[in-house]
Structure formats: structure tokens, C-alpha cells
Write a protein that binds this ligand. Structure first.
Ligand code: UDP
Ligand code: MG
Length: 321
């Protein structure tokens, strides 16, 4: 029978992490054993096509408190942590990357703050080691743009490495949103939040599983889910362009009627046409980002599809799957 009384659930999303999973499990186990309280580790296999699934199954077999949720294909990091949280039974749920970039020792600090009465303790990166200049720079700018745009107060430089209390997890599981930006949803929920600072290490092994395309989609998810500003900015831009062309039109009429110097026509015309078309496409694209997401919501497909789960009781397990 499944041990229902676990205090901590550690959720680890895995996408092609065959090189790190054993080491990550070893370190995690050491840290979690040191709490002296019952815990479970939930490995979420996000459609890996390397040996991740096989190795995870082995770990599950050897350790009673490790469970596995495996997707039918790659649904993405945010879906993976969502699934982990839905299956978690702990009083405190910890989400941590599989590559040891988030140091497991920090979990102990998070637990300390949780016991002091905080409901959400997020890891805030004071330094990022071993990541490209491009990644560090874009991340830094992105978090600040998002904070400026968003109507919700979002901490900068914080990823998904965090501890949340059971009540926060329950509230989060009730949010049906697709294209999830989980860290934003947690900020949106409120409760008593605090941070612990940590140095984001280099990946233990392997390469980043966040391709540029995935990162871009993730970035748009964050902005569109928490801000209407891009739509408003499109509107302002449209207004500004109409106003300027109207003023220019008045100037031309004036010149035609009252002066001799005619404006040389077609070059200016070409520039204006190109410029305005560019802006219109940009605005349409912005609209499209929102409409696409509305469409995703309307279809109401589940966030992920399960292939198998191991280590759980047959019934009594909630969600989607
Ligand atoms: N991940 C996942 N599905 C994906 C991409 C990533 O489950 O489609 C997992 C990955 O295995 C890791 C975590 O999400 O545990 C963070 O990914 P990664 O370390 O590659 O991102 P980075 O740290 O480079 O931003
Ligand atoms: Mg990483």
C-alpha cells in the first residue's frame, strides 16, 4: 500500500537525462534522508527517448519511496512539473531540476523556512555558473520585462526550483490553464512567499533540454498569461502611426497649396508602406499569440497524456492522465 503519510514530495522532471539521473537521485536521497522525515520522490519522464525511463524504473524498483509518472510523449517541462504536483501526496512539495543546477542542499533551507510558516519558498539565483552569455543576458532582461509588464508581482531571477505548501499545491492543481507558466501562477496565488538565495551551478552532465524554440514559447507563455500590455502597446502604436500620417498628410497639402517645393513621391511612399505593413504584421502576430492560446483553452485537451505510472496505488490518484 502506498505510504500516504509522506511529509515531503520531491518532483523531478526528466527529459533525456540518462547522464544525470543516477547522481541526482543519490544526492537527493542523501539530502532528504537527513531530514529524518518520510518523503517521496516523484520522477516525471517527459517522453524521453534515451535510457531515462529504464533507469528511472530501476531506481523505483530499488526504492519504495520513489514513484514514476511517464508521459506518452514530450509535453514540456511545465506539464511535467504540473503532473508531479498533481500526484504528490506530501505536505510540502519541492520542485527541482534533474541536472543538479539547483543544489539539493538548498532544500533544507527551504524546509526551515516552511517550518517557520512560509507557504512558498522560491529559489532566487544570485549567480549563474556555466551558462552562456546569451542565456544569462536574455534571462536577466526577460525577468525584468515580465515583472514590468505583469499585473502580478513576480520575483526576478527565480525559476521553478521551490517548495510549496500543500494548500498552495491544491490551489494550483485547481487552475486548469494550458500553456502553463507555473512560477507565475504560484505568484498569482499569493499566500506567504519568501525566497532563499542560491548560486545556480553548471549542469552536472548532458546539455540543456530547453531549445531556443522552447525558451521562446515559454517566454511568450509568461507574458501572455500575465499581461495584456502587448495588446495595449499594439493599440498605442497604431494610434501613434495614424496620428503621424495624418500630420504628414496635412503638411503635404500645405506644401501643395502654398509652396513650390513638391515632395518627391515614390521613395517616401515605399518607405511608409513598408513601415506600416511591418507594424500591422507585428500587431497581427501579437494578436495571434493571444488567440492561439485562447484556442488551446477552448479545445480543452489535457495538459499531458500518461503512458504509465509506477509506485502509486491504483485508485485514489487524481488527475488528468
Ligand atoms: N525538461 C523536461 N521537459 C522538457 C525540457 C526540460 O522535463 O521538454 C526538464 C529537464 O530534464 C530538467 C528541467 O526540465 O530537469 C530543466 O531543463 P534544463 O536543465 O534543460 O533547462 P535549463 O536549466 O538549461 O534552463
Ligand atoms: Mg538545467
Amino acid at each position: 500500500m502506498q505510504e500516504k503519510k509522506c511529509v515531503y514530495s520531491v518532483v523531478v522532471p526528466l527529459y533525456n537525462e540518462e547522464l544525470v539521473i543516477n547522481e541526482t537521485y543519490r544526492v537527493l536521497k542523501k539530502v532528504m534522508d537527513s531530514t529524518g522525515e518520510p518523503y517521496e520522490i516523484i520522477l516525471v519522464n517527459d517522453g524521453s527517448y534515451d535510457r531515462t525511463l529504464e533507469i528511472s524504473k530501476q531506481i523505483c524498483k530499488e526504492n519504495k519511496n520513489v514513484r514514476l509518472v511517464s508521459f506518452s510523449r514530450n509535453f514540456g517541462h511545465q506539464a511535467a512539473i504540473t503532473a508531479g504536483m498533481e500526484f504528490a501526496c506530501g505536505q510540502a512539495i519541492i520542485v527541482i531540476d534533474a541536472d543538479l543546477q539547483d543544489p539539493p542542499e538548498v532544500i533544507l533551507e527551504m524546509i526551515k523556512k516552511w517550518k517557520e510558516g512560509f507557504d512558498v519558498i522560491y529559489g532566487q539565483r544570485v549567480e549563474r555558473q556555466g551558462e552562456s552569455f546569451f542565456k544569462r543576458a536574455t534571462a536577466k532582461i526577460y525577468y525584468r520585462v515580465l515583472k514590468y509588464m505583469s499585473d502580478v508581482d513576480m520575483p526576478v531571477d527565480a525559476g521553478d526550483f521551490r517548495l510549496i505548501d500543500r494548500k498552495v499545491c491544491d490551489a494550483l492543481n485547481k487552475l486548469p490553464e494550458r500553456n502553463r507558466y507555473v512560477r507565475g501562477l504560484i505568484s498569482w496565488l499569493g499566500f506567504r512567499q519568501t525566497s532563499v538565495k542560491f548560486v545556480r551551478k553548471e549542469r552536472f552532465a548532458g546539455e540543456t533540454k530547453y531549445s531556443f524554440k522552447k525558451m521562446l514559447k515559454f517566454a511568450f507563455d509568461g507574458i501572455t498569461a500575465f499581461s495584456h500590455k502587448p495588446l495595449k502597446i499594439s493599440g498605442y502604436l497604431g494610434f501613434f502611426i495614424s496620428l503621424s500620417s495624418f500630420i504628414y498628410f496635412v503638411v503635404i497639402i500645405y506644401r501643395m497649396l502654398f509652396t513650390d517645393n513638391m515632395v518627391p513621391g515614390w521613395i517616401i511612399l515605399a518607405v511608409i508602406v513598408l513601415f506600416v505593413n511591418g507594424v500591422i504584421l507585428l500587431m497581427l502576430g501579437t494578436l495571434g499569440e493571444y488567440i492561439g492560446r485562447i484556442y488551446d483553452e477552448a479545445k480543452g485537451r489535457p495538459l499531458y497524456v500518461l503512458d504509465e505510472k509506477i509506485g502509486f496505488e491504483e485508485e485514489g490518484n487524481k488527475p488528468h492522465g
